[in-house]
Write a protein that binds this ligand. Structure first.
Ligand code: S3P
Length: 263
């Protein structure tokens, strides 16, 4: 049996290379990195191709390499611009390969890319142009993808496991898996937010310590609880009981932490 081709697509910084390498190792198949093959074909780095030959020349090589990539028996990581040209979209659609879109919302993409300096498009484009590029590409990635996997805050190994579960699932469950992938992302965000809350609690504890203030300020807590219930009273997915239970948990954790620090 020949090894099927699995192609990872998605915006710059989505982790296509790292996830692709990890997936290839786990499945014990080969790995093909389109950007790396473009550099080999041109015998220069991507920033040099862009600055010396221009983006159109880069895209020409990208199309040629993509034609080889879709026949590669293993895992393929594409460059973020693999859907920019209609002919590339056609190559991907007709490839018969399993195509996976590693999706992260724009704001997370920007956060991930900001510390980087080597991506030519990132350096050349204005914020607006970058935003427009993301908006143009997102539906194109979706139009060629068999599966979408949410990537935000997930380590590569988690993304790889999700991809494997998705590929191995039958057609009927694949949409369910995408919904679960989104729920997992929300859970991660929640835990990160709670961690941020606890950090603020530490700062409050320091402050109270310096000014000899009591840990528990019941009035403030009750006011906040009432205000939240009022604000969310018309929200169909938020019930009063949920606000109560969540706040009870958060406040219990916070008070314990403040006490520990103040003692
Ligand atoms: C590009 C993305 C890069 C690389 C080139 C152009 C793009 O690949 O192909 O700089 O147009 O988005 P990554 O997505 O791996 O960064």
């Amino acid at each position: 049996m020949t090894t099927p081709t699995i192609i990872l697509i998605g915006f710059m910084g989505a982790g296509k290379t790292l996830v692709g390498q990890t997936l290839a190792q786990k499945r014990d198949v080969g790995f093909f990195d389109v950007d790396h093959e473009i550099e080999k074909a041109a015998n220069k780095t991507i920033p040099n191709i862009f600055s010396e030959d221009g983006e159109a020349a880069f895209r020409d090589i990208e199309t040629q390499v993509l034609q080889q990539a879709v026949r590669f028996p293993g895992i393929v990581a594409t460059g973020g611009g693999s859907v920019d040209r209609p002919e590339n979209v056609a190559i991907l659609k007709q490839s018969g390969a399993t195509i996976i879109y590693l999706y992260g919302p724009l704001e997370d993409t920007i956060k991930r890319l900001l510390p980087e300096k080597q991506r030519p498009l990132l350096n050349q484009k204005s914020t607006l142009a970058f935003f427009e590029l993301w908006q143009k590409r997102d539906p194109l990635y979706r139009s060629v993808a068999d599966y979408v996997v949410e990537i935000v805050d997930k380590p590569a190994a988690t993304i790889v496991n999700e991809i494997i579960n998705t590929i191995d699932a039958d057609v009927a469950t694949k949409d369910l898996l995408y919904l679960r992938s989104q729920i997992d992302t929300v859970d991660r965000k929640l835990i990160n937010l709670i961690a941020k809350r606890m950090q603020l609690v530490d700062e409050v504890a320091d402050y109270k310590k310096s000014y000899h203030m009591p840990v528990v300020q019941k009035d403030r807590m009750n006011q906040m609880r009432a205000a939240l219930k009022n604000e969310f009273s018309t929200h169909s997915h938020v019930e009063e009981q949920m606000i109560d239970e969540l706040l009870n948990l958060l406040l219990k954790m916070s008070i314990e932490r403040e006490r520990e620090q103040l003692e």
